[in-house]
Design a protein around this ligand. Sequence first.
Ligand code: NAD
Length: 290
Amino acid sequence: MKIGFIGLGNMGAPMAANLAKAGHEVTGFDTADVSVDGVTRAGTAAEAAAGREVVITMLPNGKILRAVADEILPAMDAGAVFLDCSTVDVESARAVAEQADKAGLLALDAPVSGGTGGAVAGTLTFMVGGSDDAFAKAKPLFDIMGQKAVHCGPSGNGQAAKICNNMILGVTMIATCEAFALADKLGLDRQAMFDVVSTSSGYSWTMNAYCPAPGVGPQSPADNGYKPGFAADLMLKDLRLSQLAAAAVDADTPMGQAAAALYEQFVEKEDGAGRDFSAMLPRFEKRGRG
Ligand code: NAD
C-alpha cells in the first residue's frame, strides 16, 4: 500500500518503520527534522498525503490534528483512508472525521495503548472508531503495527474507549499507591501486601502486572527508578481528556476528577514530570494527611 505518515515522534517513528519493514511504501512528514528507516521524507504534510491509499497521523493533540487535517484532507484522493492514531479529545476526533467524510474520504480514530515499547515491537492495541468499510481497509495495517484492534463503533468511539480505560487506570493506580503507603505505616510488609491483594478482591492490573512497589511482583518501572513506562504527564493528558469529555456529556465522574487533580499536582507542582505514573507511590510514602 502507499501510505502517508504524519507525526514521526516517539510513537509514530517506530510505527512507520514497521509498516515500511513489512513492505509498504511509506512517505513521512514531521515538522521536526527526523529520519526513519525505510520511510521517504516529504517536504510538507500535504505532499505526504497526496496520492496515498491510507494517511496515518500520530500527533500531540486535537488542535494540531485539526490543523493538519485542514491541510491534508483536500490533498487526499477520494476513497482514501484518513487514520488518526493520536490521543485527542472526542470532539476533535468527530470533527475531523466529519470533515473527511465531506471530502469523500474514509475516517478512523484509532488511539493506541502499549506505549513506545509496543510501537517498536508492533504489539500495540488499537481502539477504533469509524465505519466497517474503513476498519476493514485499515485492518492489515493494524495487524502490522499491533496485536489487537477493537472496533468500538462510529467515529470518536475509539477515543471514548481510550479515555474511559485510562480513567480507570489512573484512578486504580492512585488507589493501589495510597493503599501501599497506608500498609507501610501500619507496619505491613510490601511483599505480604502484594501476596494478599494480588489474589484478593483488591487486585487489578496496576497491582498484579505493573506493581508500583519496587522489588515486588513482576518487573515494572518501579524496579527501574520509575523511569517511564507510561509517563505521569501522559496520564495527566488522558485524565484531562476524560474530564473534558465528561463535562461535554454531563457525566458525573468524581473519581476521574480527583485523579486528574492529583496527577496535575504531581506533574505541575511536584516532581512527577518525566517520571512513570506509578511514582505516585514514593509521593504518598513521603506524605502525611496534612
Ligand atoms: P511525540 O511528541 O514524540 O511525537 C509527536 C510528533 O508530532 C513530534 O515528532 C512532532 O514534531 C510532530 N508534530 C507536531 N506538530 C506537527 C505538525 N503540525 N505536522 C507534523 N508533525 C508534527 O509524541 P508521541 O509520544 O509519539 O505521542 C503521539 C501521540 O500518541 C500522542 O497523542 C500521545 O498522547 C499518544 N500516545 C503516546 C504514548 C506514549 O507512550 N508515548 C502511548 C499511547 C498514546
